[in-house]
Design a binder for this molecule. Structure first.
Ligand code: UDP
Length: 239
């Protein structure tokens, strides 16, 4: 069956933890390389790709503040962690021959580009993968919100949220054998039932701009490309 939507430009959001493999912390280069390969296989289809990678494998602001750090300082540390992850992904993608730009919400010119919207759009048109780093640049936000924000700014057709499970379930499928996966679910239902797709700020921003969120498994080899070709299982969060 042909896909209902032909995707030309998408946002891929992954958590920092997706890069740590079986380790409890940090970056696992073979895992980063595997995900880069998944991204390349979609890039090969001619799809323009934006990426946002979290920082939870290195540092989370909330965890720091729970241990007594000042919250905003801890959040800036979390944002810096996302820059490290973005650089790791850039390195892995470029080793596969995919041109990329790391674009930071917080300028750090020696390391990567500052975020300038029109420049980022141009990179996408030139088929460079744009990896948006440092979240939104503001404390008290998350990288899920950054992904939704940049997806709107870049006019992406959807946010693809790569996770460990193949969609959104009514309860945790790793704990309950009778958990049911939604094929499609509304933004408001996700918010009301607290289905844990993304934080509420990100969901509301997607809802208000009619931006679909597609939750799929990044552990499934070829999964990302499959969904773009209309195959595989996933949940579409939409209005
Ligand atoms: N963060 C922030 N503002 C943003 C995005 C991220 O302050 O716009 C900080 C926040 O402290 C967060 C950390 O960066 O805990 C890492 O991001 P996130 O928790 O979203 O990463 P993920 O859970 O996706 O790995």
């Amino acid at each position: 069956e042909a896909p209902a939507v032909t995707y030309n430009r998408v946002m891929l959001k992954i958590s920092g933890e997706a890069l740590m493999g079986d380790q409890g912390y940090g970056l696992n280069p073979p895992t980063v390389q595997r995900i880069a390969q998944e991204v390349k296989s979609v890039h090969d289809l001619g799809v323009e790709i934006c990426m946002v990678i979290g920082g939870g494998n290195i540092f989370r602001g909330l965890a720091g503040s729970a241990q007594g750090m000042e919250r905003t300082t801890a959040d800036y540390m979390g944002m810096l962690a996302t820059v490290m992850n973005a650089l790791a992904m850039q390195s892995a993608l470029e080793q596969l021959g995919v041109f990329t730009r790391v674009i930071s919400a917080i300028p750090m010119d020696q390391v990567c580009e500052p975020y300038i919207r029109r420049r980022a759009v141009r990179h996408l048109e030139k088929k460079r993968v744009c990896i948006f780093a440092a979240g939104t640049g503001n404390p008290y936000f998350t990288t899920d919100t950054a992904a939704t924000l940049r997806a709107n700014e870049m006019a992406c057709q959807a946010v693809f949220k790569g996770t460990k499970v193949d969609g959104v379930y009514d309860k945790d499928p790793k704990k309950h054998a009778d958990a049911k996966r939604y094929d499609s679910v509304g933004y408001d239902e996700v918010l009301e039932k607290n289905l844990g797709v993304m934080d509420a700020t990100a969901i509301a921003l997607a809802r208000d701009n009619k931006l679909p969120i597609i939750v799929f498994s990044l552990d499934e080899p070829g999964g990302f490309r499959g969904i773009l070709a209309g195959k595989g299982t996933y949940t579409k969060v939409q209005g």
